[in-house]
Design a binder for this molecule. Sequence first.
Ligand code: MG
Length: 281
Amino acid sequence: MDRPRAVFRSHREIALMRRAGLVVWEALHVAGQIIRPGISTGEINAAIERVFQQHQAIPLFKGVVLGVPGQQPFPAVCCTSINEEVVHGIPGPRQLQEGDILSLDTGCKLDGWCGDAAVTYPAGRIAPEVQRLVEVTKATLDLAICLMGQKKFWSQVAAEMAEFVRSHGFSVVEAFVGHGIGRHMHEEPQVPNFVSPVWRRSGDFPIRPGLVIAIEPMVNMGTKKVRPKPDHWTQVTADGKPSAHFEHTVAMTEWGPYVLTGPPGQPLDELFLSPKMEEKE
Ligand code: MG
């Protein structure tokens, strides 16, 4: 038994992570309101950076190095991945065109605790089959959050996520997975959106109150295969077809799953955002 150890968080720690998650939600919400054909990904990055500055939150993406040869530290506070770009696109002067989809991923640290989330937004009107890809990807994340409250092991959730995507004729990206999250953005365990035999033997983990994970299905219209662009960061689909990405930081609690990067007004906010909860250990 050398399963990667998931850390289980106290109520107080989950309450602090909810506060970080609310800042991430606000950043993605503010970005969503300015996304339109003609805006550049650099302008979207600047808007997100302003939200983090307003809350004195530390951006988690800026300066990240994944250890890939030739790769520069990530230069921005969010990843902007357009159409066939799956993840890790770098913001810059590129302007969104009518019919594009933009996968926007960002995270911050507030008072020592992290939140991480992603949304795929349309720019103007998008093709019906691309709309379906976006909807299925969002539904895959919603399904996973719901199943977290019903299943005992992550493998049971991941198997249903993969089957749901397949049943719609799309493919789950296997080159990237979700992750545990807490004081650091990337912690154990790995949180795949599919089940491989090797991972099931050594990487599966129980779903119990206190578990906090970033769940992030990446769904491709065609092949699941991805390849890096020459910038060593941006990952694109091998067949050039579009890809979508949704992510939430989610805590398991005695009362069910709690979407820490969800909008204000989550059912558990009344409990976890009360001053009492932050005093309790
Ligand atoms: Mg993540």
